[in-house]
Design a protein around this ligand. Structure first.
Ligand code: ADP
Length: 190
């Protein structure tokens, strides 16, 4: 199996690159952000609980996102592999993911981390907010909060995966296709 953690701050281009990678390598895309927005759209209890937290730009609880990922893994027993996008975002989530994959006899192959400077992230997210309708993309204060959450709780995961010799950092500024080639290159050398 090929199991990829696609990593980086909000606005780094994880979703865009994930869509290219799933086609090239026949993988299943698991974005916790998309899954949570799906719950909100369906009006589930979980969605209701998550919405106000997401609109503020805070992280939702580990239990919620770990539970969502666990059920997606269970529902796709014959997958070629998975791209984890926006998950894990805390050390607790990364540890839980390792355990879940181990139970299935597999493991994370690599972490691909996209590097983009904060001022570029803010510009991209405000631009996306004009069309996405996402509350968390509309306001610079909320965007800054998301970047702070990333720096405080999520960025330490680079050490978690580099400790397992799995971290590759890729410059996330440039043409989409150019960045995709760099990601493919890392994967093809695994
Ligand atoms: P982005 O990467 O652009 O911030 P996402 O769609 O990945 O967008 O996440 C949007 C919001 O969903 C986050 O700000 C957070 O509130 C919530 N969320 C998504 N994934 C997780 C996660 N793994 N752990 C906690 N909260 C999450």
């Amino acid at each position: 199996m090929l199991n990829i953690v696609l990593f980086g701050p909000p606005g780094a281009g994880k979703g865009t690159q994930a869509n290219l990678l799933i086609k090239r390598y026949s993988l299943i895309h698991l974005s916790t952000g998309d899954l949570l927005r799906g719950e909100i759209a369906e009006g589930t209890a979980l969605g209701l609980e998550a919405k106000s937290i997401m609109d503020r730009g805070d992280l939702v609880s580990d239990d919620i996102v770990i539970g969502m990922i666990a059920s997606k893994l269970d529902n796709n027993p014959n997958a070629n592999g998975f791209i984890f996008d926006g998950f894990p975002r805390t050390v607790a989530q990364a540890t839980a993911l390792d355990t879940l994959l181990k139970e299935k006899g597999t493991f994370i192959s690599t972490m691909l981390s996209l590097k983009v400077a904060d001022d570029e992230l803010i510009k991209r997210l405000l631009e996306r907010g004009k069309e996405s309708g996402r509350e968390d993309d509309k306001n610079e204060g909320i965007i800054t909060n998301r970047i702070n959450e990333y720096n405080n709780k999520t960025a330490p995961l680079k050490e978690f995966y580099s400790g397992q010799n799995k971290l590759s950092e890729i410059e996330g500024i440039g043409q989409v296709e150019e960045i995709a080639l760099k990601l493919n290159d890392v994967i093809d050398k695994l």
